[in-house]
Design a protein around this ligand. Structure first.
Ligand code: PNW
Length: 450
């Protein structure tokens, strides 16, 4: 059934990116190296030996990229700030030239009528802080708040939407438990500690914002709704563990002041008893939650899947993306409603949503059709509208991603962009999904209803 669709005036129509994935020039103008700079220099960790050394060369081409955003009719853009550009050693000395870059970017966005949303941490920890233990060192909450304060001081007012962390779950699970992402640790005892200090750092950065900033600050999490594969007690319990680990582990402390009870069951002796006062720091009032939604998981009990003893069941009838993620738009509506019900209807932005499908390395001169991505985009925008009709307070949508970019340990092998990038020439070509998004925006969403 198609019903009338229209998004309200003031709804933010954006695209999202992150610093290390698009900027290139990682050491330019006095920046310090990040853990991704190191990780990509360690043979065998990233597909095809790719790195963010050049990526989309956005550090030098940002003005042209802002023009493309304007051409699409975007009124918002979510990017991240590289900590090591602002503080090359991660703490102490501020590198003004690093802040200058973000100031130039923000000014050109504002000139183009595009509202910036800045994420303070999208995975590129300064290597100098990793040398001090990184997210395992309790001092990182203060380091992060100091870095955040330097950025707020320079940009608050021009940037009115701030996100502290991007996806603490991925930082911990990929960086400290399974090791596919920087810094590449695989340690059951480290993972809960890294998570906890991420959340303390989040709280400290929000607190610092209240002292300096006058606008809005929130937390960005990735949520993957978990549906039991059967009615069996074992599958339902596995689903609860998977949901606690991936979804409630971060929103519960941030918004309710405690961890889910399943965490102790999952991590056993590796789950510490945290001091009560930490939760006073972690649970700061937030202005919004940013939701990154990609897929769902149908979950079953699995004796071999340490440490959760839960694994995903492949759906025979479904479409899967190049990263092996099921296309499941209903999961976005369900997740938005779950947040509304569980956490008291907070203001929400969909801060990432998108999909990797195969596109050729060189785009045809007359544009690049990407029907699967067009379909993904349209269905998820309809799912967003449905959740609004259900009562969710959704204020904007950011497609992941503006440009094809460096997909972490998968290198440049996966293309998420609505704009194609030819990495040999840096030529940008609008895919059909970009044109479709532009038309949806121009019609304030009405086009989705017909
Ligand atoms: C997000 N998962 O990462 C990140 O914010 C982006 O930097 C990234 O490029 C994008 O999604 C696409 O991968 C995720 O396993 C990585 O659930 C993994 C998961 C979710 C999000």
């Amino acid at each position: 059934m198609t019903s009338a669709i229209e998004f309200p005036a003031g709804f933010l129509w954006g695209c999202a990116t992150s610093a290390y994935q698009i900027e290139g020039s990682p050491l330019a103008d006095g920046a310090g190296p990040s853990i991704w700079h190191r990780f990509t220099r360690t043979p065998g960790l990233v597909r095809d030996g790719d790195s963010g050394d050049l990526a989309c060369d956005h550090y030098r081409r940002y003005a042209g990229d802002v023009k493309l955003m304007q051409q699409l009719g975007l009124n918002a853009y979510r990017f991240s700030i590289a900590w090591g550009r602002v503080m090359p050693e991660g703490r102490g000395r501020v590198n003004a030239a690093g802040l200058d870059f973000y100031e130039r970017l923000v000014d050109s966005l504002l000139e183009a009528g595009i509202q910036p949303m800045a994420t303070l941490y999208h995975w590129d920890l300064p290597a100098a802080l990793d040398d001090r233990g990184g997210w395992l060192n309790p001092d990182i909450a203060d380091w992060f708040a100091d870095y955040a304060s330097a950025v707020y001081q320079r940009l608050d007012g021009r940037v009115k939407l701030w996100a502290t962390l991007n996806e603490p779950w991925v930082v911990t699970d990929g960086g400290y438990l399974h090791g596919a992402l920087a810094p590449g640790h695989k340690n059951r005892f480290e993972a809960p500690i890294a998570s906890h200090h991420l959340m303390r750092a989040h709280g400290a950065a929000v607190k610092a914002y209240r002292a300096i900033g006058k606008h809005q600050v929130g937390l960005v999490v990735n949520i993957e709704p978990k549906y039991p594969a059967s009615d069996s007690t074992a599958d339902k319990a596995a689903t609860q563990r998977a949901d606690a680990y991936m979804n409630r582990q971060y929103l519960d402390p941030a918004l309710r002041g405690h961890y889910p009870p399943e965490m102790k069951e999952i991590f056993g002796e590796a789950w510490p008893d945290w001091p009560a006062q930490d939760f006073e720091l972690i649970q700061q009032p937030l202005d919004f939650i940013g939701l990154n939604y990609y897929t769902r998981s149908v979950t079953r009990h699995d004796d071999k899947a340490w440490p959760l003893y839960a694994s995903a069941v492949r759906q025979p009838q479904a479409t899967y993306s190049e990263t092996g993620w099921e296309v499941f738009p209903q999961g976005l509506t369900d997740t938005l409603n779950w947040i509304r019900e569980r956490y008291g209807n907070p203001p929400l932005y969909i801060t990432e949503n998108g999909s990797a499908f195969y596109d050729p390395p060189v785009a045809p001169a007359d544009g690049l059709p990407d029907p699967l991505r067009v379909d993904y985009l349209q269905k998820h925008l309809r799912a967003t509208h449905q959740a609004r009709a259900d009562g969710c307070d959704i204020r904007g949508y950011f497609a992941w991603s503006l440009l094809d970019n460096f997909e972490w340990s998968l290198g440049f092998s996966k293309r998420f962009g609505i704009i194609h990038v030819d990495f040999a020439t840096q030529k940008r070509t609008l895919k059909s999904s970009a044109k479709c998004y532009a038309e949806v925006i121009a019609s304030q969403g009405r086009l989705l209803g017909s």
